[in-house]
Design a protein. Sequence first.
Length: 690
Amino acid sequence: MSVHDTRMVHAACPHDCPDTCAMEITVEQGRAVKVRGSDAMPFTHGALCTKVSHYLERVYSEKRLQYPMRRVGRKGEGRFERISWDEALDIIAAKFRDISAEDPRAILPYSYAGTMGLVQGESMDRRFFHRLGASLLDRTICASAGALGWKATVGASIGTDPEAVVDARLILIWGGNPIVSNLHGWRYLQEAKRRGARLICIDPRRSETAKKCHQHIAPLPGTDGAIALAMMQVLIAEDLLDHDYIARYTVGFDELVQRVASCTPEWAAALTGLDADVIRTLAKEYGKAQPSLIRLNYGLNRCAGGGMAVRNIACLPALTGAWRHAAGGALLSTSGNFPKNGQALERPDLYPNAEHFPPRTINMSTIGRALLDEQAPPIKAVFVYNANPVAVAPNTAEVRAGFAREDLFCVVHDLFQTDTADYADILLPATSQLEHRDVHSTYGHVYVVDNQPAIAPLAEARSNTEVFRLLAARMGFEEPAFADSDDALAAVAFRDQDARMLGVGAKVAAQGWARLNLPRPWVPFAAGGFHTPSGRCEFRSSLLERLGLDPLPAWHPPAESVSSNPVLAAKYPLAFISPPARNFLNTSFSHLPRFVEQEGSPKLEIHPLDATSRGIVDGARVRIHNDRGSFHARAVLTEDVRAGVVVSPSIWWQKLSGDGENANAVTSSALTDMGGGPIFYDCLVEVSLV
């Protein structure tokens, strides 16, 4: 082999993780032979998670879809026959033309974070469905409640520079498990710990991260907002406040004082299951430590009061002036730092006939209900890509019933035959990240990361952008927007005249990644400058007031809990949560043999007291159930969960779970207090032996 047969290609990890790693792909004679994290990229620091370290097993899996197929069995059976790309595209275009002739809003795209890339995730696809006049999709399934709660307080998805946290003295890790879901961010938190920072994890479960912290506080699910309100009450009562910061850079403080006056630790203790002294001590410690950092994640926003919980927590750093410090403040997401050019990528201006067919939006979190409802117009076709809703969306029975409709035309474009793919009429093979062009922003650091194709598409796989270009041509869409190449799409992904992008493009082209043009360290709110209408941290939110919601921090109880719904709790007394399994990432890796073997089988962590009272022993097969459905799992008796709470790390493909179900058999399609998000972790169940 000559030296010219080997090359290295810059790439980006595309998955739904805040780390968005810069990768280097070694290619020999057209085949990728090695995937490694970039040593030069500071945040990646040469390391990849266990899942992506073995990424070639995904790329070259024998389970990859090879060619287009047409359903030959009943929906859900997963039986298909091979057809050509021309046949597949002709069938799809003909169906879409027929439906569009009556009302194009009867067609629904369904996508989420199967790739986080701006090219393959939100460009040509959006152009196509905008031009078609299809229903719009409200992409709510992960973070919409918390994002709105944060925006109402801070103004944008901006917070502490993740690389600056090493100098914090106190860190609250709240509603997240970074060892599993933010591994590279955890490296900086560990460094802070080595430098003397005290780490406190607030999580109903004693997670892998909680075990590495100095203290673990385990509230009942859905009660984080009450903890934050009580902390505010203590900070005010004990005068642990930065009065100068409050006066200069906040609005609504006097009303906040009145609102939280009765929210004592004793009040919160009754709701959260915590001792009042634990809450009071936490608040005092937080008020006295500087720099103090709150590292939130989206786990706590998946409850009925999830948006308000994030909002309540977001108020804390402004009370203590923690935002003054590079290592202080709070971090939920960094995505608002990136000057994404959504108008240029997605081209909403292509939408036709707005007067005759006003745009309609469907909430992805209620996809089952949307497919079953008699609405005008009813959904007659759904195109699924970058998503696996039959496995991931809440209330499985409802979702499956919707996708099982014989009159629903369903297209699925994916790398693998997922649970959703089994319901497809037309199944299309997709490219992996190594086979297409992309560019990435992120929500966990402030670096743009490039992705160049390392290998040619395998078998007959085609990228998202290529599929929608071809469909646009089949539909007769002649706008120049549908001729843009992937390189052209990548070139317009960011507003290059924005000061944050100055010099970034050239660096990305040269080395595959570059930090946004931001000060180092980035201290976004040291002197105010919040992205709210007032320019201040809004204890009284003008945004929520406009939306007709409570403008002040408030308590919003869980939909399902012993205290908020005692009648339901009498029947189903256990609070159920389903956080990410360490070896899975949503459902992107939960079918690959290595990771299925490491997880073993679906499991349910249950406290010994709850297990003993039900005759359950360690390793027993149990049924987790409520009125919505049930699934089976292996019982793991552990004091890592508190009595009254059970945990099933997720999420399994249903057809690989052992009983054809997963955790979403019991979750609810009810929505959060704001943002229209799902309440996955707001769920009561009972557990019994199979």
